[in-house]
Design a protein around this ligand. Structure first.
Ligand code: SF4
Length: 215
């Protein structure tokens, strides 16, 4: 129990520091955090949209609705359970602003680099066993990605900063791309969600006795 408390305290402090970060001059603060959820399952988004800083949680709007529906249908887990049992990280924690041509600006490489220190610390604190990157930018932080159909529906064993875990990528749930609604994306997404539902780390966090020992 003492070990758990120390890790929880470290994660609490980490999230407090993260919320105060103002390292990147072009982004629009504040950073968005899903909270200090001690978990061996980490979901990695890309960057918050314009609504998330106001609502103070990641995946708070339309893309989130789709993402949580995928989990509800495949794993029987609702949004509130997900938010209290899974750690929500992201490539960039601040809204990057709008791109000149419309849509959200893709974070610049130096912003991704700046923000990676937060995720590196989270890997060290949480020691995740399952990482679920959502969308191309998130997936690219861990593996080389050419086409989504080459990586969705597959599980990768990854060693990242001394932590070994399974990586099961998902497409981005935003309505901007129909990839996940059309074949073969639809079938590959269903396969990825089945893999997530069956993963031992997901089973462990659904079982309170196992979860207590694991964290
Ligand atoms: S994007 Fe990341 S590194 Fe940059 S200011 Fe926001 S939290 Fe800090």
């Amino acid at each position: 129990m003492a070990r758990r408390s120390a890790r929880q305290a470290r994660l609490d402090e980490h999230v407090l520091q993260l919320l105060q970060c103002r390292r990147c001059p072009r982004v629009i603060p504040p950073p968005v955090s899903g909270g200090a959820v001690l978990s061996h399952v980490m979901l990695v988004g890309q960057a918050p949209g314009v609504r998330e800083p106001v609502l103070k949680r990641p995946f708070a709007h339309t893309a989130g609705k789709t993402l949580f529906r995928w989990f509800e249908e495949a794993c029987g887990l609702d949004e509130s359970w997900m938010r209290t049992h899974i750690y929500f990280a992201a490539v960039n924690r601040c809204f990057p602003g709008k791109a000149p041509g419309g849509g959200d600006r893709v974070p610049a490489p130096e912003e991704v680099r700046n923000c990676s220190s937060w995720m590196n610390d989270e890997f060290e604190i949480l020691q995740p066993r399952l990482v679920i990157p959502v969308g191309r930018l998130a997936i690219a932080q861990f593996i080389v990605i050419d086409k989504l159909e080459h990586v969705i529906g597959r599980k990768f064993r990854i060693d990242h900063r001394g932590v070994t875990f399974d990586l099961i990528p998902l497409p981005h749930p935003s309505g901007a791309s129909p990839w996940h609604k059309l074949s073969p994306g639809r079938e590959l997404l269903a396969k990825a969600m089945r893999m997530i539902a069956r993963h031992p780390a997901m089973k462990a966090i659904r079982n309170p006795a196992v979860r207590e020992k694991a964290v």
